[in-house]
Ligand binder design. Sequence first.
Ligand code: NAP
Length: 306
Amino acid sequence: MHDAIVIGAGPAGITASLYLARSACSVLLFEQMTPGGQILMTDILENYPGHPKGIKGYELSDLFLAHLDGLAVERVSGTVESVSGAAGNFVARSDGNDYAGKTMLVCTGARHRNLGLENETKLVGRGVSYCALCDGNFFRGQTVAVVGGGNSALEEALYLSKIADKVYLIHRRDSFRGAKTYLERLEKASDKVSILHDTVISSLHGETALTGLTLKNVHSGKERHLSVDGLFVYVGFTPMTDCLPENLVRDSHGFITTDTEMRTNIPGIFAAGDIRSKLCRQVITASGDGATAAQAAFVFLEQLHV
Ligand code: NAP
């Protein structure tokens, strides 16, 4: 029986584990794959305070993990399939084993969304990608498209402009929700980057590898063909809540609703990071959530013991 089970080893889960362990709580931290979460898919973080020149995603992740060294955090590699029980005795089931914890901290984050186009799944790894950092190098000197209008799409289009010969940034509206600073830099790189506003991708072409896209103007309905070697999809994220109890309250997009102390509607279950219904999804806010969730869980544990 651990004081806390933390599900997810991204910035929220690592920070929560760190704070709980420093408060002398025993912690079991589940990591599904490589710990670090989405930072590992990020080339460079330019807005993480204390690193004015930016810091590589993998470097920050290594530093986060190093912070757990020597602390009472038991790390388990595996996927949590279900969570059951109640405060004082929650059970996380993973790979046929049950793990018991008095409190549960859900820091599972979110997975990328896809476009839902007909042969999208078939072309993954054959031109269609969701990670420029992982796959960008395959397109050195080639032509790629990035779809989306948020920070991910803008950042990754910038990253790809240093590798590919030509980058098309495709967005369904005429204004972007991503930061202006990225947009300005993309506009400055107009020799390599073309921005296509008010445009959606209506189909993907290619049997064994992606060869091109059909683009449609959302106003005129006019379609045209664009030849590309790669397509990077950045159209947002879906919360990873599959393993969680159905009666855990979520918002209309499926993100978990909490109060300001990261408490969910189920006593003893806290949520932190990108999984949470909130305005801002950044490494720094995920860490902040993790710290708050840990402190709230600590207070909860104290009350459980009286
Ligand atoms: P996001 O902010 O949710 O943006 C998703 C984009 O995809 C939107 O522009 C949306 O268009 C577009 N989109 C959604 N569905 C689409 C579809 N079916 N077809 C075409 N376009 C579609 O997602 P994100 O950029 O991945 O960012 C997620 C969170 O992480 C955000 O909070 C973001 O600020 C944060 N983040 C921050 C940084 C940073 O600060 N450095 C970097 C990466 C991510 P509309 O605009 O029309 O809705």
